[in-house]
Design a protein around this ligand. Structure first.
Ligand code: NAG
Ligand code: NAG
Ligand code: NAG
Ligand code: NAG
Ligand code: NAG
Ligand code: NAG
Length: 575
């Protein structure tokens, strides 16, 4: 072959190489949003039932399983309607169903401006700071509609102080953010766009139409024969016979496809199956780009800082209306100061915690963010022994005891849906049933933290679960009004593209509003994890870092060991 021919061959080979490389890159890209947990991959290899078939389970043309709504009383239906109205979120105009990225909100082109103070450019402690945020698209044109999801924080590194802002959507591309001014000195405003309104529209569609985007499996076992099938809160019956694991007391529904060669009573464990892939189009994926339009800061048009002067009169501090501001507290010198309710105490010494918990029975129910509290106690209390007998597992249940001081701590995960490592069916319990089994009393403390595992379902599912738990809490407080019940709210987390589709802060915040509204008027104490994380300088994390866990636990202990008579710390559930 002549040299010339070789040249062509080499060019062609190089061409293929580039094409191959490009293909690999696009496959890599695709892989990023087609997440399937490694566990699922391993498991599918040894499955005996046909998982790939039963995964295409939900009819995507119905909003959600019809049977879930069946058993609601008229009052419950009314409450559900009110709750759904309370979390209504502006839709982008219908013409922008599948917008080009260039027409969507771009934090880099957007700006915020501090609204000048009415008092000669002076701000005083007790005043309110207002910030206006103007959203623009990727071409720099102002947005004309609302629905973007923003978070904001005012902070002073010097005083290790911070407070969350309240965002108001004017539905025309403008947003107001309000902050109470609670300490003096230089304070700096941070605003971030968590998602564009266009991205929120995608999340809303996924929430309503793709409750299958996280899926679950169970292993069935008898002797040496075992099978695995898909399970969920609802499964279409036309894909095969179902096993019905609906809870007998509260009617929480759960189904698995019946294994071919085994009975429904041979269900052995529950495992997270993984995440469904191909949820969004390539165009939609552009709305979820880390560093570009997920949790990206919006810059100030001029300055982002103000100097806050000492309060002018005592009176002005009293004007602060935490209810209207919906601010539950703030950090100063890294310690959380709640606004109203029970005063915060610092529990810096193990002896103070032990003293507070002496003779107490503490029941912690919820997800892994509640388990963090249990783990915290184990690390700070030397007298507390983890007496969990089984081999290491994250999913519990756990028990810890301090025999000298008569302290018993229990932790238990909530019932399905739970995305969790294998858990035995015998350990899978619904919180409402557990609460019904408690006697309660002045020495009983119940803490609840239920949020993270519901984000892949329509809000109705969360409403139903909280309704059942609330029923059980009300009954518990009726029979033993002295029982302390503490509710931990949701918290913001680190969001990459994939995480957003399943667990976005937007999904969590919507649930959180529902949670707070549903416990309104009931004598429970709140730990506002949302604001405790938002106001803090640490980056958002599903499992908040230790200083925030300490803050939450201190708040809980402050409720248990108040000196004053019990107050209803209910300003959180704002009118
Ligand atoms: C599983 O179901 C799919 C889709 O119906 C089918 O193509 C495949 O052959 C089935 N696999 C087994 C092992 O039955
Ligand atoms: C929804 O889809 C299912 C299965 O594809 C079909 O049987 C049903 O008729 C559809 N319902 C509506 C309202 O389109
Ligand atoms: C499952 O069982 C519950 C309780 O017995 C029942 O109410 C429900 O209708 C059953 N579900 C189906 C799909 O049969
Ligand atoms: C408690 O002990 C069990 C058994 O050793 C272990 O699996 C578990 O991780 C421990 N729990 C905590 C919270 O440390
Ligand atoms: C509450 O109790 C703590 C610790 O026992 C004590 O230091 C504090 O003074 C008490 N506060 C009130 C208002 O009684
Ligand atoms: C607390 O709330 C209950 C019921 O909502 C009410 O009866 C009681 O008076 C309240 N107590 C205080 C101290 O506000």
């Amino acid at each position: 072959m002549s040299l010339n021919v070789w040249k062509y061959v080499l060019i062609i080979i190089a061409g293929f190489g580039i094409i191959l490389l490009l293909r690999l890159i696009t496959i890599g890209e695709k892989w990023k949003y087609d997440i399937v947990s490694p566990m699922y991959k391993v498991q599918t290899r040894k499955q005996s039932s046909n998982l790939s078939e039963s995964l295409q389970t939900f009819h995507h043309n119905i909003t959600f399983c019809a049977h879930l709504a069946k058993s609601l009383s008229p009052e419950e239906q009314q409450e559900e309607r009110n709750l759904l109205n309370s979390i209504a979120w502006p839709h982008p105009p219908s013409g922008s169903a599948s917008p080009d990225l260039s027409d969507t909100s771009d934090p880099a082109h957007s700006l915020f401006t501090i609204v000048p103070s009415k008092n000669n450019q002076h701000w005083y402690v007790g005043d309110q700071l207002e910030v206006q945020v103007h959203l623009h698209d990727f071409k720099g044109r102002p947005k004309r509609y609302g629905g973007d999801f923003l978070l904001a924080r005012l902070h002073s590194p010097k005083y290790r102080a911070g407070v969350a802002g309240q965002v108001l959507d004017h539905e025309n591309g403008l947003y107001s953010v309000r902050f109470p001014l609670l300490w003096q000195g230089l304070a700096q405003v941070n605003v971030m766009m968590v998602h564009s309104s266009e991205a929120v529209a995608v999340l809303r569609r996924l929430r309503e139409k793709r409750p299958d985007r996280a899926f679950f499996v169970s292993i069935f076992r008898r002797g040496r024969h075992s099978e695995k099938t898909v399970c969920n809160m609802c499964l279409p019956p036309d894909k095969g016979p179902l096993c019905n694991y609906t809870d007998l007391h509260y009617g929480e529904q759960w189904y698995c496809y019946k294994p071919k060669g085994l009975g429904c009573d041979t269900r052995y464990n529950h495992i997270t199956g993984g995440y469904t892939k191909n949820l969004i189009t390539k165009k939609e994926a552009l709305l979820f780009q880390s560093g570009k339009n997920i949790k990206v800061p919006i810059h100030a048009s001029t300055t982002d800082s103000i100097n806050v002067l000492p309060s002018r009169k005592e009176r002005s501090r009293q004007k602060m209306d935490p209810v209207k501001l919906a601010t539950s507290g703030y950090y100063y010198q890294d310690s959380w100061r709640p606004l109203g309710g029970v005063p915060m105490r610092q529990f810096n010494k193990a002896s103070a915690i032990t003293q507070c918990l002496t003779n107490k029975l503490v029941y912690m129910y919820g997800d892994s963010t509640m388990r963090q509290w249990f783990e915290y106690f184990l690390t700070v209390l030397p007298g507390l022994k983890n007496i969990t007998l089984e081999k290491p597992k994250k999913q519990g249940p756990f028990m810890a005891v301090d025999v000298t001081h008569n302290i018993l701590l229990n932790y238990r995960f909530h019932g399905p849906p739970v995305r969790i490592q294998p858990v035995m069916i015998s350990e899978l319990r619904y919180i409402a049933n557990e609460l019904d089994g408690l006697t309660g009393g002045p020495n009983t403390v119940v803490t609840l933290g239920i949020w993270a595992h519901f984000s892949t379902f329509p809000v109705e599912v969360y409403i139903q679960r909280i309704r059942h738990i609330r029923k059980a809490v009300v009954r518990l407080l009726d029979r033993s009004p002295e029982t302390v019940v503490v509710v931990r709210t949701a918290n913001p987390q680190a969001l990459k593209r994939d995480v957003s589709l399943y667990k976005s802060d937007w999904l969590m915040l919507q649930q959180d509003i529902v949670l707070r509204a549903m416990f309104k008027g009931i004598n429970v104490m709140w730990v506002d994890a949302w604001q405790m994380c938002l106001a803090h300088r640490e980056p958002h994390d599903l499992h908040p870092p230790r200083p925030i866990v300490k803050t939450m636990v201190d708040m809980m202990l402050s409720y248990i060991c108040r000196n004053a008579t019990r107050k209803n710390a209910s300003f959180l559930s704002n009118e």
